[in-house]
Design a protein around this ligand. Sequence first.
Ligand SMILES: Cc1cc2nc3c(=O)[nH]c(=O)nc-3n(C[C@H](O)[C@H](O)[C@H](O)COP(=O)(O)OP(=O)(O)OC[C@H]3O[C@@H](n4cnc5c(N)ncnc54)[C@H](O)[C@@H]3O)c2cc1C
Ligand code: FES
Length: 253
Amino acid sequence: MNKDFFCEVTSKCMLNEETALIEILCPEIASCAVPGQFVNITCSNFLRRPFGIASVNKEAGTFKVGIKIVGEGSEELASMDEGEGTWILGPLGNGFDLSNNKYILVGGGSGVFPINFLYEKLSSEGKSVKVVQGFRDASQIIMNNDDYILTTDAGDAGIKGNCCDGLNTLTDEDINGSTILCVGPMPMMRAVSSWAEQKGLDCFVSLEQRMACGIGICLVCVCKIKAQEQGIEFDHKRCCKDGPVFDAKEVIW
Ligand SMILES: Cc1cc2nc3c(=O)[nH]c(=O)nc-3n(C[C@H](O)[C@H](O)[C@H](O)COP(=O)(O)OP(=O)(O)OC[C@H]3O[C@@H](n4cnc5c(N)ncnc54)[C@H](O)[C@@H]3O)c2cc1C
Ligand code: FES
């Protein structure tokens, strides 16, 4: 059952001029959230705004979300300070399947937040994990780690190029047997999915559709998913409830 919690901001830091990382106290969400899930946060606009869970601290009962300012809702939420509160619905959606022992994580845009949660979880379990992050240019780099393979379109930091150029620097030993988990802009996820297919690897992506209710009722977030085994070309799935994580082979790009 989905629950709505009134939650307090416990800390905030600005990662760059347009992106805030906010820590929120909510033991109920922190205790059960898994990587790939999201929360739907109330702002003074009519609809809530969805944000991927970026990190969890079960002992402290807190979780973090990264908020890039793109409009009024995200601006209001990114301006919240320690001690302020709002209603938050979550954790929502289905997380990634983490049953393999070897992963390659690929993140870009606001996808770097759920990728951070994935990295924390997989590395704490001692699993093999490589991370490729892609940004437009050096000024956009956030949530980076020295262990990650960094790419920038502008070439002013890391490898010049996109995430697939970063993936191409991995060795056969890194690649063989890995599952790819990718969160970022659609063109990036499509390219990474095609790269994975060429290498014969499983790939799962998290789709970022516009959302309203976040709990499967309003159908604002439907996307087309292949359904040949049901005798039809595609089916409509609710990104919030049936996803946001989907097998890349099933996505109609
Ligand atoms: C499952 C999910 C997880 C997300 N996780 C994060 C996250 O971790 N961090 C983060 O910063 N953002 C994340 N987003 C995107 C975030 O929800 C939107 O940026 C936010 O709702 C915009 O609200 P706004 O009122 O500021 O902008 P609006 O005024 O609603 O929109 C401003 C502009 O942003 C575009 N936009 C809004 N929402 C989306 C979207 N979902 N996809 C593409 N373009 C959009 C609009 O088309 C418009 O051009 C996520 C979205 C989804 C669906
Ligand atoms: S946002 Fe309402 S059904 Fe997905």
